[in-house]
Design a protein. Structure first.
Length: 309
């Protein structure tokens, strides 16, 4: 783990939040100390804790203990629990790192390694699928679908891997469980022209196929993103209200001129001022309050304006 405070916080919350019901939701006001961490349990606000102090490790250890105290009444259980005796683990400093220690046994693990210590899941572990999904994600292994089925008193994972995922690495991560591996077809981009239903305008679409997609709809007027913005384009709804969009289908962004988006072959697709619809959804990109949010679009539609003649 790095010495960046946000990396430490991500590790602590991954450990503390894994068994938490409802989910622990958090955000921060800064990337550097002092950091105010705003907390929620599900939809219930729990206030805020401040991470500060001259020694970062000691400060994080104190913060972890304070966080446990705040969460316990809301969750009605202490987290994270010891996998052996279910007592609540205690954060302690060990040299230059934080470890979880069982107060009544020998279990211990480094902060951020709690889920690794739970592998493999027991036959009655209701979090088995989440445990495996997180285990694969921590190793950078891409998958499209995953499920865990109990057979003969043991878990059998069924995993659909994305095209370039290393199957040997997946089987190594899953061991000692034995996975049933499937493959998905590669994702690809399609450009199409649509006549439109009766009474509806025609449109052209640039879509990503062969991958799970979010179902939210964003519509408005396409605008060029300001120079230096990390999105592909803006969608203007009400005047002055813009949503940053990142486009998944193969495309390129034109730096100048009326054309903003070209398709994968370099042909113009969408211009500044076009009426557009985007299929996709919002996803968190940062824990830091005030950082920009993005709409991730798996499809971009350019709606043709009706002929007034």
């Amino acid at each position: 783990m790095t010495d960046r405070p946000l990396d430490w916080l991500e590790a602590l919350f991954a450990d503390i939040g894994f068994r938490a019901r409802p989910a622990v939701i958090w955000s921060v006001d800064s990337r550097e100390l002092p950091i105010t961490v705003t907390l929620k349990a599900g939809e219930d606000a729990l206030g805020a804790l401040v991470l500060h102090g001259p020694d970062q490790i000691d400060s994080l250890c104190t913060f972890a203990a304070e966080l446990q105290e705040v969460l316990q009444p809301a969750l009605r259980v202490g987290v994270p629990p010891c996998p052996s005796c279910t007592r609540v683990l205690v954060p302690k400093r060990t040299l230059g790192r934080i470890e979880w220690h069982c107060p009544g046994g020998d279990f211990r693990c480094s902060a951020g390694e709690y889920q690794e210590a739970l592998w493999p899941p027991g036959p009655e572990d209701r979090d088995a699928a989440g445990l495996l999904a997180n285990r694969l994600s921590r190793r950078g292994l891409k998958w499209s679908n995953l499920k865990m089925t109990r057979r003969g008193g043991a878990w059998v994972p069924t995993i659909t891997l994305q095209t370039n995922t290393d199957e040997t690495a997946v089987r190594t991560a899953v061991a000692p469980l034995v996975a049933e591996i499937q493959r998905t077809n590669p994702a690809y981009t399609v450009r199409e022209d649509h006549a439109g239903a009766p009474g509806k305008p025609s449109f052209r679409s640039l879509s990503l196929r062969g991958t799970p997609s979010l179902s939210a709809l964003l519509y408005g007027t396409l605008r060029r993103a300001p120079e230096g913005d990390s999105c592909d384009f803006l969608v203007e709804g009400a005047p002055g209200h813009h949503t940053r969009v990142r486009l998944a289908p193969e495309h390129s962004v034109c730096a100048v001129g009326e054309c903003v988006i070209c398709d994968g072959s370099g042909e113009p697709f969408a211009n500044d001022g076009d009426s557009v619809e985007c299929g996709g959804g919002f996803a968190r990109t940062s824990r830091v309050e005030g950082d920009p949010h993005y709409f991730y679009a798996w499809e971009l539609r350019v709606v043709q304006q009706p002929d007034l003649d």
